[in-house]
Design a protein around this ligand. Structure first.
Ligand code: SF4
Length: 90
């Protein structure tokens, strides 16, 4: 089973607002690190080159929090109760 196939088995219950927030001006090095570390590929640039986190697909693994310091992420918390990820195995 591929990673993408495995990810589609999860159940996502996204909250109305993001639980991860980015600093408005990230360096290219910070952006590259976030793009590389997120297993779900949620850090993506828009057409203007601005990077956003597509929090709705977050796996709540905390990798971005571990590798990025407060200079890159202004907020990281778990989604509110009743929202977030439900893993499905098998
Ligand atoms: S917590 Fe994990 S899945 Fe969620 S944005 Fe950070 S690296 Fe990606």
């Amino acid at each position: 089973m591929s990673v993408n196939e495995s990810l589609t088995r999860n159940c996502y219950h996204p909250a109305g607002e993001a639980h991860i927030a980015l600093q408005p001006s990230l360096s290219e090095e910070q952006i590259a690190l976030l793009e590389k570390i997120c297993p779900a590929g949620l850090f993506q640039r828009d057409a203007a080159g601005k990077v956003d986190v597509h929090f709705q697909g977050c796996l709540e693994c905390g990798c971005c929090r571990l590798v990025a310091d407060d200079a890159a992420l202004t907020e990281w918390r778990y989604p509110p109760s009743g929202c977030g990820l439900t893993l499905r195995f098998g």
